[in-house]
Ligand binder design. Sequence first.
Ligand code: TYM
Length: 340
Amino acid sequence: MTSEYRSKKGRIFSGVQPTGNLHLGNYLGAIRNWVRLQEDYQCLYCVVDLHAITVFQNPGELLQNTREVTASLIAAGVDPENSVLFNQSQVAAHAELAWVFCCISRLGWLNRMTQFKEKAGKNRENASVGLYAYPNLMAADILVYKATHVPVGEDQKQHLELTRDIAQKFNSDYGTDFFPLTEPLIYGGATRVMSLRDGTRKMSKSEPSDASRINMIDDADLIAKKIRKAKTDPLPLPDTVDGLKDRPEADNLITIFASLADLSREDTCARFGGQPFSAFKADLVDLAVDRLTPIADEMRRLLADPGTIDKVLKDGAEKARALSAPILNDVYDIVGLLRS
Ligand code: TYM
């Protein structure tokens, strides 16, 4: 670790899959926190392309998505000078430690992973082994840097609990305190942003309807259209948070507004209480366009020069390799794997 990092509070790792464009859920649940954490922590941010291929990806699209996601992260404020920004497949230590963790982690633990059950659906027998073992790779991503904190949205909580279980079992099997018990950082007003078409479902890249999400690349017209079409209910907005109970769409739109405006949900309800959705949506469109379109514009500018994006990832991977290599070496020593 270089001296500039010694004054930081700890080491952050987090990742995002290049399976499509980033959406508002990724931004409010995770990326915005990543940007703000750069001040105080040594941060490693990873475009997890090895995770993406647990479900088949068209190779050309995967390459393009890796660049697009990287551009979104930089446009949103991840600073490659200050943080280590790279794509996972350029740092072999992730996959190497994942194998060791495949031997530590238990079938019973993986069987409980709700995200596997959701993604595999009814046809579990036909899911890839990679999709099943995915949480072991995720634990390796984090622990190959001995990261102390991991900022994520609510949906990753169970995977982070498993990461702690793996660290604990490794430490106890080998009689060491080598791996830290990583702390999840799940905070900010919008840790679980829901679909614009159905307030009971998570906003997600894999949802077929594009109208269900705001993508970080959407222009002002598209953002306005999607918000105007967003599902609501017939009642006016409530003036207290209690009034959002059993109103998932109202709850979600208030949460999005509050988070984009850096307001509390209480203050947002007090401001719009009694108003019809039409008036509220007009303000939400203005706010979302104001906050999101500068990021999309910057992303388009960056994408015009893919060579620079590739260089950022190459330089980041070099730094990530230097940080992970000694930790992986120590793991191999602890496990008794001969290195000559
Ligand atoms: P991924 O690519 O699905 O999502 C990236 C980040 O965005 C958050 N997120 C959301 N937050 C709020 N509301 C939503 N609707 C929403 N959708 C997504 C996710 O919680 C995540 O923080 N397995 C991870 C990637 C990963 C990783 C890691 C994360 C791989 N290795 C190590 C942390 C540490 C994933 O698929 O995220």
